[in-house]
Design a protein. Structure first.
Lengths: 210, 323
């Protein structure tokens, strides 16, 4: 969609690229771990914990995130024996899934901490991701929080209207109505934004900003 | 629905990631035709909408709740290509802003929710809506059916990917795992159908102009369909043929069990077997891949030749002189 003449230059930040590559490397290493390679798993977990500590992650914040993640990965892991019976290998298999998932989760946390979303977008753009995809991601990131607030307002309005407890069918109908209203407001907003962009000279090409 | 890292093997993630990349890349290419300069604001906005829509919880049983997935809904609002891109953006932001789902598993997650959800979902809902009539009811029925089928298709595909990842585990039983996945996802699919169908009914009765209306087909649309079908068949043949089981099929097994033997007749086949196209030992895997490619192209050619007499000429416009 964007022609090379009018597109912004694709400048790769070495630091951002290294952070992205390091995170991907840790995930790849983590996903190659097996039950027998527990010393390597321990070393990798120690490295990721250390990296998180250097990135300024407090123990409390880490515990809070792990408290959300670990039950989910444990549920996934213990669903495995349901498919093969509680044979001798099920515990090793479930343990491997938990270790691999935990290493990847911690590496993801570290990446989010050290690479802000706009730096990530610049890096992906420099790595030749199509300009239209990067611009759509930036647009989504901008309006995500606007729609989040819109959703919160719809929720508060719903609570104010019903005052008491609703039965389940009423809750579903209200939820569908909320999503439907969100769709109408969002698409209207999208059309308004498009018209505003056209008024400013938008023709579908991504150009360098001054 | 988000697969975390560690559940699927790295090669499975890479292959599914490659398929997802091809599908999303093709969607971005096709956006030029459908949305043009509206691509960035509308795709970004609908991606944000799906993300925000997923924040609205629907109570299921005590203590648990579900939410919208949104692939079929996005395709119905923006069309299949923009819907696929919007869902991909949602999954991307969920990973890189909220650490939801795996990094390597982004490929399978995009395949299950964006590609199957939006592209597959759009095809199903269009077919159903054509059968049920282009009314609000027809559209809602199309969305309901497409939502349920895409959730089930994603569950089946995920089970197969997991089975391939567990190829070295002798205790793993695909049938049992598949049955469990189908059971859980049939319930999730019902929820997704109710939410997507309800939302489309809500929008279609209040603001029908906001729904996606496909552009009138131009020229010879069958050429694109033909190319897409051939490309899909070739990709499947190239990627999946090496994974084919070496165990005998139903007929061969029955022959072996009943101790029947084919009469010794001179073989007229061009090759000795799927794994002997390249002849030499050690090239069996590449022979299977080449066999898959040759077989696909030959069958495609035969179908093309046989189908030519069935080609219809377009109907003349009403009132136009005949013959």
């Amino acid at each position: 969609m964007a022609d090379p003449i009018s597109s912004p230059p694709r400048v790769l930040s070495a630091a951002a690229f290294l952070k992205l590559a390091a995170s991907l490397g840790i995930v790849l290493l983590g996903c190659s771990l097996s039950w027998d390679s527990w010393p390597a798993a321990g070393a990798l977990l120690a490295v990721t914990f250390a990296a998180l500590a250097f990135a300024g992650f407090t123990l409390k914040a880490l515990a809070r995130r792990l408290a959300l993640f670990l039950p989910v990965i444990t549920l996934v892991a213990i669903s495995i024996p349901l498919s093969q019976g509680f044979t001798a290998s099920w515990m090793q298999l479930a343990g491997t899934v938990i270790i691999r998932g935990a290493v990847s989760f911690l590496a993801g946390l570290w990446l989010i901490r050290v690479l802000p979303f706009d730096s990530l977008l610049s890096t992906l753009y420099a790595l030749r991701l199509p300009a239209v995809v990067v611009a759509s991601l930036a647009m989504m990131h901008r309006y995500l929080f606007v729609l989040w607030e819109e959703t919160s307002r719809l929720r508060i309005a719903r609570k104010a209207r019903c005052l008491g407890r609703q039965n389940r069918i009423a809750q579903w109908m209200a939820g569908i109505g909320m999503v439907g209203m969100l769709v109408i407001r969002s698409l209207d907003r999208g059309h308004r934004i498009h018209r505003a962009m056209l008024a400013r000279g938008w023709d579908g090409h991504i150009r360098p900003w001054p | 629905m988000h697969i975390p890292d560690g559940l699927l093997d790295t090669p499975v993630c890479l292959v599914t990631g490659g398929i997802s990349l091809a599908a999303v890349g093709y969607s971005v290419h096709r956006l030029k035709d459908s949305l043009a300069d509206r691509t960035v604001p509308m795709t970004g906005m609908v991606a944000a909408l799906v993300f925000a829509g997923q924040m609205i919880n629907f109570p299921v049983t005590a203590g648990t709740s579900g939410h919208l997935i949104g692939g079929v809904l996005a395709a119905r609002l923006l069309g299949p290509w923009a819907g696929c891109l919007a869902l991909t953006l949602v999954l991307f932001v969920q990973k890189f802003l909220f650490n939801d789902g795996g990094l390597l598993a982004l490929g399978p997650n995009v395949l299950h929710m964006a590609v199957i959800g939006s592209l597959g979902g759009y095809a199903i809902q269009s077919a159903v809506a054509r059968l049920a009539g282009d009314t609000i009811r027809g559209r809602v029925v199309g969305v309901v059916v497409a939502s349920w089928i895409t959730v089930m298709a994603a569950a089946v595909l995920c089970s197969i990917e997991f089975a391939i990842s567990q190829a070295t585990n002798p205790d793993f039983q695909l049938g049992r795992f598949l049955a469990l996945m189908m059971l859980f996802h049939s319930l999730i699919g019902i929820g997704e159908s109710l939410i997507s169908g309800g939302v489309i009914r809500f929008v279609a009765t209040r603001r029908p102009e906001l729904l996606y209306h496909p552009p009138a087909s131009s020229g010879r649309p069958w050429r694109r369909t033909l190319a897409a079908g051939l490309a899909t068949a070739v990709v499947v043949a190239l990627l999946l043929s090496p994974l084919a089981s070496s165990a005998p099929d139903g007929l061969e097994a029955a022959i072996q069990h009943s101790e029947l033997r084919a009469a010794e007749t001179p073989s007229l086949s061009l090759f000795g077997g799927y794994d002997q196209v390249l002849g030499n030992e050690g090239w069996e895997s590449w022979s299977v891949v080449l066999s898959g490619l040759i077989g696909t192209l030959v069958v495609f050619g035969i179908a093309l030749v046989l189908g030519r007499p069935l080609e219809t000429t377009p109907n003349p416009a009403p009132g136009a002189p005949r013959g």
